[in-house]
Design a protein around this ligand. Sequence first.
Ligand code: SAH
Length: 197
Amino acid sequence: MGVESKKVLGAMLKVPRHFFLDSSFEDFAYQNKAFPIGEEQTISHPYTVAFQSEMLDIKIGDKILEIGTGCGYQTAVLYHLGASVYSIERQHALHHKAKLILNKMRIKAHLHYGDGYLGLPAKAPFDKIIVTAGAPEIPQELFKQLTIGGLMMIPLGSEEQIMTLVVKTNEKEFEKVEFDNFNQRHFRFVPMLKNKQ
Ligand code: SAH
């Protein structure tokens, strides 16, 4: 599908996607589709996981913050790319389930239950931030927690999203690259919700 990074493809080969899905979806786990993971949420398409990972150019030892752990699939891919992963999920049931699965797979990641809009100030700064839910705009707290020169991959928009790469150039400024209709592919994410919604 146009994913060129051998590192990303290699990491994805190490993560059995069916482990993250209910057994009733086992036969379809390797299709490029989103499936329900409970709490009205979905696992990301494998292409989306590959594309976001590739654009973030993950290097061994990168400290990365993921917003929206969900079932933990993207978390596992980031781990196999050699990153030190912090991930936040606002649905307690999903946070708990992801913890169990990743532990079972001996994948070490720092999983937090909370509101991704706030990020993790105590663990900042991060080299990279990946948002895996559709956000209305770049969350200010997350931008603050990015290192200068750091990258954020974030789908922006409500109904349909434009995948956006944000490069932090200094404390207040950034450049962005929009992947609108990239390779004729559209990205569709569940919404990034505020804590009380
Ligand atoms: N990374 C997951 C994608 C899960 S879908 C994967 O690998 O498949 C996106 C997730 O973002 C959902 O589980 C949803 O509950 C979560 N989410 C939405 N708004 C959030 C917020 N404000 N903070 C943290 N997580 C949030």
